[in-house]
Design a protein around this ligand. Structure first.
Ligand code: NAD
Length: 509
């Protein structure tokens, strides 16, 4: 399986993959061919480990998106018409190839994003699981309902919507891309993928593995480039019927505007400022583990992270003191070191954003319990930052309202259930909520009233692929997971057949 060796071993293992990517660069992939941008333009991609150059990347723009959309359009009829069993077998082959390349994917993802190898080693496994999960559903994707009426038999079927655009962010790009592309392909759609410009490396791996698996030319296309050019062109293209987007809330607004003229169907997975609510009657040890894990895993660059810690006042001091100790103990280091819990942030500009909130929190009067907004000693070559923990924030402070998207946690005390709920709901976001209590009726009351698309009770974020994934308020529009994904990538058609002698009014008789 993927890299679980020592740092030295992992550096040795990644060297040939890195050399290969440096030599080849990241290209676009259109109609079954790996090609440079039509303009021949490229941009540089650096690793956040030490800011050294990883590779050049094709800088696609309107022309490349147009070629890719045309290829996806041309490939659509045959792909949609392919017998379900054949589509299923192809998706299974993709999953097998992903697993066979698990080590390469994990190592490259780690050096491209800065995400610790301890988490990225599972990226390929989860990605393969996504492909297998949707492969198993190919044969039922078209299924609909039987809705008999008095003299008519109505039945519904689902049909793929057409070529779709998939636009993904930089935080866990490989796994996230498969979460969108696998159901689109299973539904019978063709795809143009625009990955994030800050971590484009493994998108190329995925596209090439799909090609190697036998997915026909034009069914999956890859266009690299910047959001404001390549991404925008994709959202505006008339041949693209829907956009599945994961990224920032403000980008979601742009995409909605950009897609208005062509009436794009959109599915948005956006930002979050998710609460973890800890009541005094909870299993406090497990709640503590969850609070630390859900905020500081994946560098805190995680949409579902629990970035606001709401603790009942009677246990607040003890809980936050223990949490501060844990945060101070987190191991920040090279992402390929298996002991590392927090690697470098994606980029220096993101480092500056996360760091700036330390000063903002202090100026607003919260109590800094851990972190200083600086790089840990000896780690100033890359975008490393000491993990931050503030307590005694008030609900309206910026550190309690804004998505920081780094290893940064803000704690707020509460006295009553009603107050906890008011604080939890007092932000613009609504992606996830985590509730810790042993009182079942309180748990259910809170779960029903909290404004979030997904709620975990006495649990960390454990995903079950058939369940709906998505947010409310500024955290998103739509759901994916299980059959919900097919609702997005497919159109439902009703067919009505008369079997009686129903009345047809005669006109002009
Ligand atoms: P981003 O919005 O800056 O970029 C995401 C993608 O959109 C990139 O590929 C980018 O090139 C593209 N893009 C940018 N401007 C565009 C435009 N005008 N038109 C079309 N495409 C455009 O997000 P990011 O900084 O890469 O990722 C971090 C954000 O993603 C955070 O807010 C995080 O919460 C969110 N996220 C959400 C989920 C979720 O499931 N809700 C999951 C992961 C990340």
């Amino acid at each position: 399986m993927a890299a679980t060796g020592t740092l030295k071993e992992n550096l040795e293992k990644v060297a040939p993959y890195r050399a290969k990517i440096a030599e080849r660069g990241v290209k676009n992939f259109i109609n079954g061919r790996s090609i440079p941008a039509l303009s021949n333009k490229t941009f540089n991609n650096h690793t956040p480990i030490d800011n050294s150059l990883l590779c050049t990347v094709a800088e696609g723009d309107v022309a490349d998106v147009d070629a890719a959309a045309q290829a996806a359009h041309d490939a659509f009829p045959a792909w949609a018409a392919l017998p379900a069993k054949q589509r299923r077998d192809l998706l299974y082959r993709v999953a097998d190839l992903i697993e066979a390349h698990a080590e390469e994917i994990a190592l490259l993802e780690s050096i491209d994003t800065g995400q610790p190898i301890r988490f990225m080693s599972k990226a390929a496994v989860r990605a393969a699981a996504n492909f297998r999960f949707f492969a198993d559903r190919v044969e039922s994707a078209n299924d609909g309902l039987a809705l008999p009426a008095h003299e008519h038999m109505n039945y519904t079927i689902r049909q793929p919507i057409g070529p779709v655009g998939v636009i993904t962010p930089w935080n866990t790009p490989f796994m996230l891309s498969t979460w969108k592309i696998a159901p689109a392909l299973a539904a019978g759609c063709t795809v143009v993928h625009k990955p994030a410009e800050l971590s484009p490396v493994t998108a190329q791996c995925l596209t090439e593995l799909m090609h190697e698996a036998g997915i026909p030319a034009g069914v999956v296309n890859l266009v690299n480039g910047f959001g404001e050019t390549a991404g925008k062109a994709l959202t505006e293209h008339p041949l693209i019927k829907a956009i599945a987007f994961v990224g920032e809330t403000t980008t979601g607004s742009h995409i909605m505007r950009q897609g208005a003229d062509t009436l794009k169907r959109v599915h948005f997975e956006l930002g979050g400022k998710n609460p973890i609510i800890v009541f005094a009657d909870a299993d406090l040890e497990r709640a503590l583990d969850t609070a630390v894990f859900m905020k500081y895993s994946l560098n805190g660059e995680r949409c579902t992270s629990s970035s606001r810690l709401l603790v009942e006042r009677t246990v607040y001091d003890e809980f936050t003191a223990k949490l501060a100790e844990r945060v101070k103990n987190l191991k920040v280091g090279h992402p390929l070191d298996p002991n590392t819990e927090i690697g470098p942030l994606i980029h220096q500009t993101h480092w500056e954003k996360v760091s700036s909130y330390v000063q903002i929190g202090q100026e607003d009067g919260a109590t800094l319990m851990a972190g200083d907004g600086q790089s840990p000693a000896g780690l100033d070559d890359g975008a490393y930052i000491t993990p931050t923990f503030f307590k005694d924030a008030t609900p309206t402070m910026r550190i309690a309202q804004e998505e920081i998207f780094g290893p940064f946690l803000t704690a707020i005390p509460f006295d009553t259930d009603a107050e906890a709920l008011e604080i939890a709901n007092g932000v613009n976001y609504g992606l996830t909520a985590y509730i810790w209590t042993r009182d079942v009726s309180r748990a259910m009351q809170m779960a029903h009233k909290v404004e979030a698309g997904m709620v975990w009770v006495n649990s960390q974020n454990v995903r079950h692929l058939p369940t709906p994934f998505g947010g409310v308020k500024n955290s998103g529009i739509g759901r994916d997971g299980g059959d919900y994904s097919f609702d997005f990538y497919m159109e439902t058609k009703n067919i009505s057949i008369a079997f009686g002698n129903h009345n047809i009014p005669k006109l002009g008789d």
